[in-house]
Design a protein around this ligand. Structure first.
Ligand code: NAD
Length: 249
């Protein structure tokens, strides 16, 4: 497919996991893609731009650099995010603010810097990476879930604000996905194999979601072919959100 031919995309957190898979997919379908990441170590034709989404100056200069280099900006994939564990008492105020600053305010910062350029695009789209944690209660994930619940709400509100100016805003809500992030989580578990088995069993299709599957959903939402899709939160979770299976016989 060449649906992104001639378009320019930025993918935050684009150097690893879901972001990297998305950057590669958009590039393979014709986009010029910049990966905005703390560690922007990506291979040609992706362009890495060192960016910290928790720092407004860094975000503004990254977006300016992309527009300077490519002359336009059409697609924003707001994907950078960090995890947090524990119940509601587990994290200090500082940790709450740190995680919300990256996972929520980071998306607002990137969108704010990108909007003037998106308004000049005939095919403008923003896709935010939300999570199953936004709409299902997962144990020991209060802070992370609060951040992704905020992403759910901000996606819908942004979609309402910008649909009439031709900027579509949507989100993906992945289940547990097989990325370096989850690899690190499994490595730190007392019994990584048992932890992986538990995470796999939690998803009705019995396995982890792949980064490429999430990338495919992000590309669908970002594509100019999806001009009537706005304000959608697309679950990519093997059915975890919507299905209620009977136990295996
Ligand atoms: P990952 O750790 O493999 O990749 C995240 C990338 O974001 C890294 O390259 C990291 O350097 C970058 N990053 C972190 N903080 C940043 C900052 N302040 N500024 C710029 N870049 C920063 O993680 P992943 O699993 O691919 O997760 C990507 C997104 O998907 C996150 O928003 C996460 O919440 C979401 N998500 C992941 C899962 C999962 O199971 N892996 C499930 C649902 C949602």
């Amino acid at each position: 497919m060449t649906d992104f031919e001639g378009l320019v995309a930025v993918v935050t957190g684009g150097a690893s996991g879901i972001g990297l898979a998305t950057a590669n997919l958009l590039s393979s379908r014709g986009a010029s893609v910049a990966a905005l990441d703390l560690n922007p170590d990506v291979k040609d034709p992706l362009v890495g731009v060192r960016t910290d989404v928790s720092d407004d100056e860094s975000v503004q200069s990254a977006i300016a650099e992309v527009v300077e280099r490519f002359g336009r900006l059409d697609i924003v994939v707001n994907n950078a995010g960090i995890g947090a564990q524990g119940d509601v008492s587990a994290n200090s105020d500082e940790e709450w603010l740190r995680v919300l600053n990256v996972n929520v305010v980071g998306m607002a910062r990137v969108a704010r810097a990108a909007l003037p350029h998106l308004r000049n695009s005939p095919s403008a789209a923003i896709v935010n990476t939300c999570s199953i944690a936004a709409w299902a209660g997962l144990p020991q994930r209060v802070l992370y879930s609060a951040s992704k619940g905020a992403v759910y709400g901000l996606t819908l509100a942004m979609a309402a604000d910008h649909v009439r100016e031709g900027i579509r805003v949507n989100a993906v809500a992945p289940g547990t996905a097989d990325t370096p992030w989850v690899g690190r989580l499994l490595d730190s578990a007392p019994d990584p194999a048992a932890e992986r088995a538990a995470l796999e069993a939690r998803q009705p299709h019995g396995r982890l979601v792949s980064a490429d599957e999430v990338a495919g959903a992000i590309a669908y939402l970002a594509s100019p072919l999806s001009g009537s899709t706005a304000g959608t939160i697309l679950a990519v979770d093997g059915g975890m959100y919507g299905l209620r299976l009977r136990p295996k016989p």
